[in-house]
Design a protein. Structure first.
Length: 252
């Protein structure tokens, strides 16, 4: 498969040490981009990923930050630009996904998800855009749950729905600066051990999804690379659903 050519560009991926983050970093590297691998607590995984990318000839660096801290976000963006000399693409991938039924949800539990999955995206985007040249872009990782409620995920679905509107408002206001902002909404993604942890969910998904399988991180990576590339130079404010067709499934 031939990916769009991103050589000479720099991509910062938040939460890159996580399940999807690994796949995103690999795809951007395969497209030729230099990759800033952001992490918070997963130090070992982030450094292992950077070593893997460097072995394949990619300019990569691991950078820590708690995205709830404006100072640490500022430092993350400045360190990226200091090391690589520029910043072309920000992929807002970091998030938390706790499950908690709404009737028992505390305000702290609600706030943790809204802070991380929505407010932190405002922070990283508004800080990063100041250091981007025209032609830069932002890709927000949302979820099909931003358009369809799920039990135990009232806080998560609400944050992702708001993220989709933030994507459109940011596209509206950053467009005149030459910066594009889009979202990718994945469906259920494969990760190590999911089939044994949640066999009933995986089986239900496979039965219902028109394409009959869970997503791989690379499926989402392909969409992100496309949206960051010149192939998408007239696309902004959009939400690209990458879910094996699950959203087409009648639910009544
Ligand atoms: N997995 C799915 O099926 C699925 C489906 C639809 C959408 N998504 C979306 O895809 C994205 C990635 O999901 P994933 O499954 O790969 O999750 P994951 O493995 O839990 O990775 C998320 C990463 O976010 C980072 N993070 C969380 N809070 C942070 C904070 N305050 N500051 C900095 N970093 C923070 C964590 O970094 P550290 O580990 O370094 O602490 C973590 O590695 C999320 O936006 C999620 O909503 C996932």
């Amino acid at each position: 498969m031939t990916l769009p050519d991103l050589s000479g560009t720099v991509t910062l991926i938040t939460g890159a040490a996580g399940g999807l983050g690994h796949g995103l970093a690999r795809r951007f590297a395969e497209a030729g981009a230099a990759v800033a691998v952001h992490y918070r607590t997963s130090v070992t995984q982030a450094h292992a990923l950077v070593a893997e990318l460097q072995d394949r000839g990619t300019n990569a660096l691991a950078l820590p930050a708690d995205l709830l801290s404006p100072d640490q976000v500022r430092h993350l963006i400045e360190s990226t630009v200091d090391h690589f000399g520029r910043l072309d693409t920000l992929v807002n991938n970091a998030a938390v996904q706790p499950v908690q039924p709404l009737p028992e949800m505390t305000f702290d539990q609600w706030r943790e998800v809204l802070d991380t999955n929505l407010d932190a995206v405002f922070l990283t985007t508004s800080t990063a855009v100041r250091r981007m040249d025209p032609g830069g872009s932002v890709v927000n990782i949302a979820s099909i749950e931003g358009s369809q409620p799920a039990f135990g995920h009232a806080h998560y679905s609400t944050a992702k729905a708001a993220l989709l509107m933030h994507t459109r408002t940011a596209a509206l206001e950053y467009g005149p600066l030459g910066i594009r902002v889009n979202a990718v909404s994945p469906g259920l993604l494969h990760r190590e051990g999911l089939e044994t942890q949640w066999p009933e969910g995986v089986e239900r998904w496979q039965r219902a999804a028109p394409l009959g399988r869970l997503g791989q991180p690379e499926d989402v990576g392909n969409a992100c690379v496309f949206l960051a590339s010149p192939l998408a130079s007239w696309i902004t404010g959009q939400n690209l659903v990458v879910d094996g067709g699950m959203s087409t499934h009648p639910n009544w």
